[in-house]
Design a protein around this ligand. Sequence first.
Ligand SMILES: [Zn+2]
Length: 222
Amino acid sequence: MLQIQLDRNSVNVNSLPNQCPVCKSKISAIQTSVHSKTRSNCIEIAYCCPNEECLSLFIARYETLKPTPTSINGFCTLIECVPNSLGKPDIVEEVAELSPLFCEIFTESYQAEALGMEQICGIGYRKALEFLIKDFCIYEHPAEETKIKEKALAKCINEYIDDSRIKQCSYRAAWLGNDEAHYVRKWTDKDINDLKILIKLSVLWIQSHLLTASYSSSMSRT
Ligand SMILES: [Zn+2]
């Protein structure tokens, strides 16, 4: 058990905030003098993140589970720290450059999922996959850009992707992505986590393909 000093009172708490909710760094939060007893069983304390690239103020909410008239001196549990930023997924540089819209749509889907919007984030991931694959196909076959944009995703994978690793993973991601859009699931033993793994694999194989092509052309034998 730990004790926090608030003016003339002290509060017993189960833990101090150890992660900044804004930058997500592990921190020893700096307590400010600002605090408020917002309800009989709830205390809010303002902290500052010591990470020099962040320095954000945030609020730690503590509650006593059974409110009593003396709850400010009771044992308080850390409930949450706010504002809780949604964060961004890590997307490798080569793919971020290849398809900025994939990054944008994938990030929005990731944040929708973080907010608990489980019914719509899957269709977002499916849309992100389409931009990733079509932008990759256009990069590899620039003369076919108009056709690629108009074709169904599965046809693009079939006709324009030669790399078998990208092909296998993106096909399967597309199948699971369709399950996120339709009333009846075909792949009942798979879920959105499998879809995310297959998109991640597609991204990694595309990165590997692009880097290999880049080094092959910049270091060709004379
Ligand atoms: Zn921070």
